[in-house]
Design a protein around this ligand. Structure first.
Ligand SMILES: Cc1cc2nc3c(=O)[nH]c(=O)nc-3n(C[C@H](O)[C@H](O)[C@H](O)COP(=O)(O)OP(=O)(O)OC[C@H]3O[C@@H](n4cnc5c(N)ncnc54)[C@H](O)[C@@H]3O)c2cc1C
Length: 320
């Protein structure tokens, strides 16, 4: 009989999980306190890059699976996903951290840049092909696909798993920072990211200088200039002095960006946990999928695939 599944959370983690469950013909509902465009997933710069998951080797498969999934979706322009050049650079005089992220890249997607390709002030760089997920297009598209597949979205603030666990065969927790309370998990912390927005411009690549720190992400509706990484801050407001500093960093590298109108700014809270939690809670019908930090899009479909595998392993055990 088809399993009746509820996913808590309508961010990229919850919707990617629901998407793969629908492919397997499960009956899926989504319960969420808030929906796009009012959640962290809307605040992401959202290019594929394994950020702060270097020590979690499970992440290699998850990131690569997501990469392949986005690459396929990029064939359909309606998804808002495109394959783009990412330039990851290291400034002169800065010691490069061990580039562990290179192990996460699918084969054939990365090369070292030549010295004549680097801007002044930079000693080294990598050019990679990565998916850019324009959240303002992709998140509504994904929701539409889910609704067309019969997924119902319900606005519900789940206070405890006890409220719902008997209503469904399986409960999947993709509540991100909401899991601090739901799971009493204090190892999960908010990490604020503030970004500035400039008027859009054609012909730019994604640019990442982690040490400055600076990233520049050219979307159709804006250029995102980021970003801060503020551990333990749980306010979603931006600070004018910080936004000014981000813009100054960007102008130092790309002087011509001074001509782009400043369109605004935003801040979001990354749900950071030292280890992403994707596991079944023993003796219950609850599966967790949260704590993706600054890599929620990069991990999304890979972690979702892991959730599907956990369900299928359980079903196999029941049949045997
Ligand atoms: C500035 C910034 C830049 C970023 N850039 C990138 C990037 O380039 N690449 C990348 O991969 N990642 C990036 N990220 C990280 C990415 O945004 C997050 O990892 C990702 O959005 C987390 O998705 P999620 O679905 O787990 O959480 P969320 O988007 O926060 O969704 C959580 C959902 O759970 C719901 N919820 C919570 N508690 C409850 C409850 N008790 N009951 C019911 N519903 C509940 C919420 O309402 C929401 O619907 C960035 C983040 C920020 C802030």
């Amino acid at each position: 009989m088809t399993k009746n599944i509820v996913v808590i959370g309508a961010g990229i983690s919850g919707m990617a999980t629901a998407y793969l469950l629908c492919e397997k013909k499960y009956h899926v509902s989504i319960y969420a306190r808030e929906f796009s465009p009012n959640i962290t997933s809307d605040r992401a710069a959202a290019f594929w890059f394994p950020y702060h998951i270097r020590n979690d080797k499970r992440g290699i498969n998850w990131c690569r699976m997501s990469y392949q999934h986005y690459k396929q979706l990029a064939e359909n322009p309606e998804t808002g996903i495109s394959m783009r050049i990412l330039k990851k650079v290291i400034r002169t005089g800065i010691e490069e951290e061990e580039p562990v992220w290179v192990d996460f890249m699918p084969e054939g997607t990365l090369r070292k840049m030549n010295a004549d390709e680097l801007q002044p002030g930079y000693a080294k760089g990598y050019a990679a092909i990565v998916p850019l997920i324009e959240t303002q297009i992709f998140l509504p598209w994904l929701r539409k696909q889910l609704e067309n597949s019969g997924v119902h979205f319900y606005k519900k603030d789940v206070q405890s798993f006890d409220e719902i666990k008997n209503e469904f065969d399986i409960v999947i927790n993709c509540a991100a920072l909401g899991s601090r309370k739901l799971c009493n998990d204090e190892s999960l912390v908010p990490v604020r990211g503030q970004v500035a927005l400039l008027a859009p411009k054609n012909g730019m690549d994604i640019f990442l200088d982690n040490e400055k720190p600076l990233y520049v992400v050219p979307r159709k509706d804006a250029i995102i200039v980021g970003g801060t990484y503020e551990e333990g801050i749980d306010s979603e407001t931006t600070e004018p002095a910080t936004i000014e500093k981000l813009l100054k960093n960007a102008y130092e590298v790309f002087e011509d960006l001074k001509q782009q109108q400043v369109m605004g700014s935003w801040a979001g809270l990354r749900p950071y946990r030292a280890d992403v939690r994707v596991e079944k809670e023993p003796g219950t019908n609850i599966i967790h999928n949260y704590g993706h930090g600054g890599s929620g899009f990069t991990l999304s479909f890979g972690c979702a695939r892991e959730v599907v595998s956990l369900i299928e392993e359980d079903l196999k055990r029941l049949i045997c």
